[in-house]
Design a protein around this ligand. Structure first.
Ligand code: ADP
Length: 177
């Protein structure tokens, strides 16, 4: 018989990522179909540090990642300083503005605050490797995909908790100190 590890179940990215089974879905933004009001509601109803941006809810294709604080600052400033920005203005993260009916309110382009290449792993990636990537690249979060579709997110704190569970030790003493 080989070493014991071969028989024990390896923890995978899908076991650590959020949402967990039965949790509400990941909170995402769409690239060109949400209004200022929609995004403000998400900012007010959740406390996450950031939000993945997807092509559409149906496709769940990842476009990028936007930090909450950048969204808050940009929307506040656009509402004050940018002509025509109202609650019903569409926010877009794409290069070109989406086609809209004439007389629609001004659009708010937020491409400049979008991280277009957030780090991703697939759901089957062993956590050993995920931990290594967090350590070596100093990541704050990593997105999890399956067949190119966005599935979940793992934050640095999720990784620390996972390590603490594995080692039953104080998380801060292990990973980043
Ligand atoms: P931290 O993990 O440092 O508290 P967050 O406040 O961003 O950072 O995340 C809190 C928890 O919610 C984490 O377990 C994380 O995996 C999860 N999470 C982060 N962003 C999202 C999101 N956009 N949608 C759903 N869950 C998220």
């Amino acid at each position: 018989l080989e070493a014991k590890e071969e028989f024990t179940h390896k923890t995978l990215a899908m076991d650590v990522m959020r949402p967990r089974r039965n949790d509400p879905a990941l909170t995402v933004l769409t690239q060109d179909s949400m209004t200022v009001e929609d995004v403000e509601a998400i900012i007010n109803e959740t406390t996450y540090s950031g939000y993945p941006v997807v092509v559409s809810r149906e496709s769940q294709r990842l476009v990028g990642f936007v930090l909450r604080r950048d969204l808050v600052i940009s929307i506040e400033s656009a509402r004050k300083k940018q002509e025509g920005i109202v609650s019903s203005s569409i926010i877009y993260f794409t290069d070109h503005s989406p086609p809209l009916p004439p007389c629609s309110p001004s659009l708010l382009k937020l491409r400049s605050i979008l991280d277009l290449s957030p780090f991703t792993v697939t759901d089957q990636t062993p956590m050993e490797i995920v931990v290594d990537i967090f350590r070596k690249l100093g990541l704050r979060q990593c997105l999890v995909t399956h067949n190119g579709k966005l599935l979940g997110i793992i934050t640095k704190k999720d990784v620390l908790k996972h390590i603490a569970q594995m080692a039953n030790q104080d998380p801060d003493s292990i990973l980043f100190n």
